[in-house]
Design a binder for this molecule. Sequence first.
Ligand code: 5GP
Ligand code: ZN
Length: 113
Amino acid sequence: MVADCIFCSIVAGEIPADVVATTETAVAFRDLHPQAPLHVLVIPRTHVANAAELADREPETVAELVRVARQVTGDAGHDSYRMVLNTGEEAGQSVFHAHLHVLAGRVQAWPPG
Ligand code: 5GP
Ligand code: ZN
């Protein structure tokens, strides 16, 4: 756990979150500012800055994030969904604890903004 990391605090249960799924290595909770009817963040319990670092340190957890995304969207009745891994400030990353955005429940434009 890293001090001052909001997602580490959520994993530790110190900050409330609307948790929709948990596994040994991952936690999924609703985004505070949803951009789709279903907008969930799936994060590793381990603090790493981004998905690439997670791939280096815990490659199996990257697969776990994707499995949890499938589970959460399936449970909500969606078979179509978007997964996003913002990496770096210019790409829109604002929380530097790796997280997979999972969005579903509306038609999504391409290319993304
Ligand atoms: P990023 O911009 O880093 O890709 O995504 C960070 C996401 O975390 C944003 O969509 C933002 O709404 C969400 N977020 C930031 N702080 C909190 C929080 O305290 N609780 C929850 N549930 N989501 C948060
Ligand atoms: Zn963290």
